[in-house]
Design a protein around this ligand. Structure first.
Ligand code: HEM
Length: 485
């Protein structure tokens, strides 16, 4: 019986994959970029940097299914790709994989109407309302670490990444779905650190329907327990409210399945990226102690422990620290696009082919995969100067002229990308990161727990910190944490 059901599904799946692989191979075999030189597979950002030094900003490498991808860190080319968003789209297999992994309706992509319905929920006015959740959860984390240190833990080293993940999990639960995960309340148990997230993830997918029903009930003002919908400001409630609004024509409204499909998207996009970014920020500040002291001095000028979004945004050095973290430690290392039709990619600097031919543009055939190295552009010495790889918040006092051409949605960086599919949650994460740094740096001093240079990056699109030489390759960020005297 099960095999009768599974066979047609597996058969369709197989046909789909085979068809796409054949299509990709065909595009690859007929590509005019076939003769372009390049390395094998620079999918690790560190390796990509090395290849860029050897081949320049444009080269090809063999990626998935051995198909050539064009790697370009040329700003003019990237700006062109972003501006022609109907031509350069996410490859169908990338979207398909996400859907298979995380459930139907999940696209990690907000097409047309979805983005339109969601945009207001991520605007400054809504994020302002959510900022007390960020501060509240950050304060809970501070109190837990404070109690651990006061209890006389002889080893003040804390693996901060897993705690930050618990915190951002609780934030996305409350600010995303009006749901309490209580990740911070779970007992710390080194072996079960990751059980907390697995349980939350499974639970989230299971209760998707229930969450939507609850929010819809509240929206029709018949919520159980007298909860008024107007007081709810989580992303899911906002999405449902916007979707029911009279300004959205019937045909543009999202179906229940589409709404439920957004739950894993928020969940996944909303918590791993922010916890990783904050762990890198604390690491950078433990290496650059001068910056840490300077930041603390600024933060201590605020009299309240519970700042508003506007108070956080008025802190200049905090802004620089966050910018510098997002530049040097951009959590997403690269993204990719596929050309849906033939095109010509303009270049800011000519490409010289192996025969000495000079090209001011590159021919892009339909089906060409393009690899956009976010981190490499953020740390390009030609844009940011010879110390581009260094964490130096002061550089933001004078943004280099060359950086002004970077087509990012925020701070002349590619971290949140740009165009119609830029990161919808960038304001959300920025205020969350600021609330975390505000609360933690005022309370604690952070020192390196492993010698300088001992922390590396995982070779994945989301660059997680790892301790170099750790056989398990577990993502982690151990830091010595001391109470501020
Ligand atoms: C440091 C934190 C974050 C980083 C670095 C980041 C980065 C990005 C990037 C680079 C993209 C574009 C990917 C592409 O088109 O190839 C993106 C898209 C997206 N992000 Fe984020 N993100 C972060 C946090 C968040 C948060 C907190 C949320 C939600 C609560 C979120 C929700 C989304 C969604 C829904 C999209 C798809 C948008 C669309 O297709 O229109 N992100 N993000």
């Amino acid at each position: 019986m099960i095999s009768q059901l599974l066979l047609p599904i597996l058969g369709t799946l197989l046909c789909y994959v085979v068809l796409h692989v054949l299509q990709l191979l065909y595009y690859d075999l007929t590509s005019p970029l076939r003769s372009m030189p390049g390395p094998k597979a620079p999918d690790d950002a560190l390796v990509a940097d090395k290849w860029r030094q050897e081949f320049g900003p444009n080269f090809v490498f063999k990626g998935l299914f051995n198909v050539r991808e064009l790697h370009t860190s040329d700003i003019k080319a990237i700006a062109h790709i972003i501006s022609r968003s109907t031509v350069y789209r996410k490859a169908p297999f990338a979207l398909y994989t996400t859907r298979r992994l995380f459930g139907n309706g999940t696209k990690f992509r907000f097409e047309g109407k979805m983005r339109k319905v969601m945009n207001p929920a991520f605007g400054p006015a809504q994020i302002r309302l959510m900022s007390d959740v960020f501060v509240d959860k950050a304060s809970q984390l501070r109190d837990i670490w404070d109690a651990q240190i006061t209890a006389g833990n002889s080893n003040p080293t804390i693996e901060v990444l897993s705690w930050l993940r618990r915190m951002t999990l609780d934030v996305i639960g409350e600010a995303g779905f009006n749901h309490q995960f209580d990740g911070l309340k779970e007992k710390p148990n080194d072996l079960n650190q990751y059980k907390v997230f697995d349980t939350a993830r499974t639970k989230m997918f299971k209760i998707g329907n229930e969450l939507v029903e609850r929010s819809k009930l509240a929206a029709s003002k018949t919520a159980e327990g007298g909860e008024s919908f107007s007081g709810r400001r989580d992303l899911l409630s906002l999405l449902i409210r916007a979707n029911m609004g009279t300004d959205i024509p019937e045909h543009q409204r999202l179906t229940d399945e589409e709404v439920i499909g957004q739950i894993p998207t928020f969940f996944l996009a909303g918590h791993e990226t922010t916890s990783t970014a904050s762990a890198w920020a604390l690491h950078a500040l433990s290496v650059n102690r001068e910056a840490q002291t300077k930041l603390r001095e600024e933060l201590l000028t605020v009299t309240s422990d519970t700042p508003t979004m506007d108070e956080l945004n008025n802190l200049v050095y905090l802004e620089w620290v966050v910018r510098e973290t997002m530049r040097v430690h951009s959590p997403l290392v690269f993204t990719g696009r596929m050309a849906m039709e033939d095109d010509v990619l303009p270049l800011s600097k000519p490409y010289i082919d192996p025969n000495g031919g000079v090209h001011n543009s590159l021919p892009i055939p339909k089906g060409q995969l393009v690899h956009i190295p976010i981190l490499a552009v953020n740390t390009d010495p030609e844009i940011w100067g010879p110390d581009a790889a260094e964490f130096r918040p002061e550089r933001w006092e004078h943004v280099p002229e060359a950086a002004k051409a970077v087509p990012g949605v925020w701070a002349n960086l590619l971290t949140f990308f740009a165009g119609p599919h830029n990161c919808i949650g960038f304001r959300f994460t920025l205020v969350e990161q600021k609330a975390l740094l505000f609360t933690l740096i005022r309370a604690f001093e952070f020192e390196m727990a492993v010698p300088k240079g001992g922390i590396g990056r995982s070779p994945t699109p989301l660059q997680r910190p790892v301790v170099l030489g750790d056989k398990e390759k577990t993502s982690q960020m151990p830091l010595i944490v001391k109470q501020v005297s």
